[in-house]
Design a protein around this ligand. Structure first.
Ligand code: AMP
Length: 271
């Protein structure tokens, strides 16, 4: 595995190949990331993983500072997975140039996480736009766990007529049901149990509301989640996953989207 910290040496290496399959990450690698990488490795292009904790997408400095980082462990894992290239850029490498494309931020960026994390998606699109310009990937592998992010990146790519293709990857879960996340390591055993109980509650709820939508009573659900141990709930909403609009009655394609806190850890998922 070749490791790059500078875009020019990276470009020298990759732009002469037929193209790359790109897996952007913020490190703290887990089974979700591994699954994306394994899918990328099945493509005919070389796999490039990036690790960059992007300060611009954090709306709280404290959250950026405390975001789990474990680069040594990540490198070991990526070598084991036989990843071709790893790009660990500095802030300057990413933000020290003016990208050709301006970011397109679809209006659905104001919803769900966008409403509760001001500037978050602008920061995400900014970094993704820059990565695309540096790497010019053939494929980009993204997880459905962060569905709103995936949707907005797709919209940007469509609008800007970028040639990279997004590959949507399914959410990988722990045995207790909760989505794998770098943030999970902040949870102790009791908090893991709370997250698992909340997941099971919402999983069953989704099944019930498919049959009878009047059971979707947000204030009651929020009360139940607090009872189960959530500290705060940002949102629980049903969205059509094709157009990313809130649904009024259940149809086949809706997902239940939620974001909540256990102590200071914010967890998001959709089922
Ligand atoms: P992150 O390192 O959290 O920025 O995530 C990097 C990529 O991994 C994003 O495309 C995420 O959607 C994806 N990802 C994170 N968690 C999971 C998961 N549990 N299952 C599948 N993909 C995931």
């Amino acid at each position: 595995m070749k490791i790059f910290k500078d875009k020019h040496t990276l470009q020298k290496e990759i732009l002469k190949t037929k193209g790359t399959s790109f897996v952007p990450t913020m490190g703290g690698l887990h089974n979700g990331h591994i699954s994306l990488i394994k899918q990328s490795k099945k493509s005919k292009f070389k796999t490039l993983v990036s690790i960059f904790v992007n300060p611009k997408q954090f709306n709280k400095k404290s959250d950026f500072r405390s975001y789990p980082r474990n680069t040594k462990k990540d490198i070991k894992l990526l070598k084991k997975l036989k990843v071709d290239y790893l790009y660990i850029p500095t802030f300057k490498d990413i933000y020290g140039f003016r990208p050709k494309n301006k970011v397109f931020l679809d209006k659905s960026s104001k919803k769900l996480c966008g409403k509760f994390r001001k500037g978050h998606f602008k920061g995400v699109l900014n970094v993704v736009n820059r990565f695309i310009e540096i790497i010019r990937p053939r494929y980009i592998y993204l997880g459905k766990k962060d569905y709103q992010q995936l949707y907005l990146i797709k919209k940007h790519i469509e609008r800007k007529k970028i040639k990279s293709k997004i590959i949507e990857c399914k959410t990988i879960r722990e045995n207790n049901g909760i989505a794998c996340s770098s943030r999970n390591i902040a949870l102790n055993k009791d908090q893991m149990k709370i997250a698992s109980n909340i997941f099971n509650y919402l999983y069953k709820l989704k099944k019930k509301i498919k049959k009878s939508y009047k059971l979707f009573k947000i204030s009651k659900i929020k009360r139940d989640l607090i009872y189960l141990g959530a500290k705060k709930i940002d949102y629980i909403e049903n969205y059509n996953i094709k157009d990313f609009k809130k649904i009024k009655k259940p149809n086949k394609k809706f997902n239940l989207f939620f974001a909540y806190y256990i102590k200071n850890t914010r967890l998001i998922d959709n089922i």
